[in-house]
Design a protein around this ligand. Structure first.
Ligand code: ATP
Ligand code: MG
Length: 263
């Protein structure tokens, strides 16, 4: 672990029966990093977020955040320390308004009270670009707005590390571009980001590092084009034309994995 790492996984192992999610994984994220993670369906990407956020406990190994060991802490405690995550399948409180959802995130996730929580919710509303929907019940939102609300809820907890799980899937190109701008802005404010995404063209303009998760291990870690061109990464996405991926196809389109269960 480097001395200034914000997040460090040290020798983390996690299995679901015979499925290896993490095999002695060691991984660090610095305070200014935007790290992209790609990998085939079922590789364990979402589970990795679970290990970081505390939704999953590792079989062995240590998770450290901001200089302390958080392996034994529950998700609420980790959230209050500054680990904010979105979920691949957004589950907002449907009968509450967008603003109320953000307020709950600021209070329950961020541990903020009264005026501070309202300020955090208002800031998240602005940052996530859903100000016009502030008073709309969450169940009435379309896909883009639901994804933005998911991002807003994570931001309202005032994270130091933001975990984004496929927030670009199903969006149009201009919508993806808007999302990239939001992530760039968030990072410019000093928030580190780990972004799992099948839509690689969303990642390449903004990530400082790209890595590929497969078989419980990271394959390649570094400059995005170089990682995507690595033979071991190409092997993971067998048959993938990497130049097509870089030009704009999603890995879903470029691999034989087919459609995913996007809401
Ligand atoms: N709680 C659980 N119990 C048992 N198996 C699980 C559990 N959660 C996930 N898995 C299994 O672990 C594997 C990895 O799942 P995960 O959702 O982390 O993959 P992923 O890389 O996020 O996939 P996708 O790209 O489809 O989102 C899958 O085989 C999944 O069925
Ligand atoms: Mg997933």
């Amino acid at each position: 672990m480097t001395a200034d790492a914000l997040l460090a996984l040290e020798h983390v192992t996690k299995r679901f029966g015979r499925v290896v999610i993490a095999e002695d994984l060691s991984f660090t994220v610095g305070a200014g990093d935007v790290v992209g993670i790609v990998g085939p369906n079922g590789a364990g990407k979402t589970s990795l977020f679970g290990l970081i956020s505390g939704d999953l406990a590792p079989d062995s190994g240590t998770v450290r955040f901001a200089g302390r060991t958080v392996t034994g802490l529950d998700p609420a405690a980790r959230c209050r320390l500054g680990i904010g995550r979105t979920y691949q399948v957004p589950r907002p409180f449907g009968d509450m308004t967008v603003f109320e959802n953000l307020l709950v995130a600021a209070q329950q996730g961020g541990g903020l009270r009264r005026r501070a929580s309202y300020a955090a919710a208002a800031q998240a509303l602005e940052r996530a670009g859903i100000g016009a929907q502030a008073n709309v019940p969450a169940e009435r939102l379309g896909l883009l707005q639901r994804k933005r609300l998911e991002l807003g809820r994570a931001l309202a907890t005032q994270p130091r590390l933001l975990l984004l799980d496929e927030v670009a899937g199903g969006l149009t190109d201009p919508e993806v571009a808007q999302l990239v701008d939001v992530v760039r802005g968030v990072n410019a404010e000093g928030i580190a980001v780990i972004w799992i995404e099948h839509v690689v063209r969303a990642l390449t303009p903004v990530v400082t590092r790209l890595t590929c998760l497969a078989g419980g291990r990271f394959v390649g870690d570094g400059e995005p084009a170089a990682v995507l061109a690595e033979p071991a990464v190409r092997e993971v996405f067998l048959g993938t034309d990497v130049s097509a991926v870089l030009a704009g196809e999603s890995l879903d389109a470029a691999t034989a994995d087919g459609e995913r269960s996007e809401p």
